[in-house]
Ligand binder design. Sequence first.
Ligand code: HEC
Length: 214
Amino acid sequence: MTRPSLRTITASASLGLAALAGVAIVASGEPQAMRKPPTVAAERLIAEGRQIFRFDTFGDEQLWTSVLRMHEVIATVSPETALAKGLKVDVDALPADLVALLAAGRVDLSDPAVTVELIRLNAVVGVRGTVSSTAQLTSVGITCALCHSTVDNSFAPGIGKRLDGWANTDLDVGATVPLSRRRSTTRPRPSSAPGARASTILATMRSTAPASSR
Ligand code: HEC
């Protein structure tokens, strides 16, 4: 709605319901003209929603960390592999010196420690992790953005600015979620033959999804 028509409506409303309009002004504590336009509240809500969509795990570390122990697997995965499986890197989350090193090809993308560092920088789209002072990944969770965001590849394939709400059609969930069974020990177990279990996981996901989404 444009401002003139809003004013027109307000004006006719106060003509017809002068008493009521007076009450409204008193109740709000400020004249109509000084109130913030509705767009301000809407923008705040959008910003809050974006934060949640991008960064809120809703506590799912309980599954990804405590049950599936994904943090132990991720700590063995190189950025190269992660990118090949469709994970995305948010270039805006990287400090300028790292961007410069990456551009110069001076970051070892076959080193899993780089993956952990990217997670620490909150640069892996849809993945939230906690990294200890000794650079150990101690917990991991996922957000809506893992599957519902991608990047514009403006820096390199898989690395760029976030595009929220764009399905990540490159993501290989079967390979990204290679653990399907509860681990009874805390011993790190690198992802041995994860592919073999991917079909089981996908079958489980399909069978537990609502009929409308199959
Ligand atoms: C592991 C990947 C994954 C994650 C994480 C995920 N989604 Fe989805 N979501 C999907 C897939 C896949 C579909 C499409 C299902 C289909 O088409 O049947 C979907 C569908 C949807 C839809 C329906 C879209 C439509 O057009 O009908 C909404 C809304 C949605 N997701 C919201 C969310 C929100 C909010 C979150 C975070 C709390 C989230 N999703 C997290 C994979 C994911």
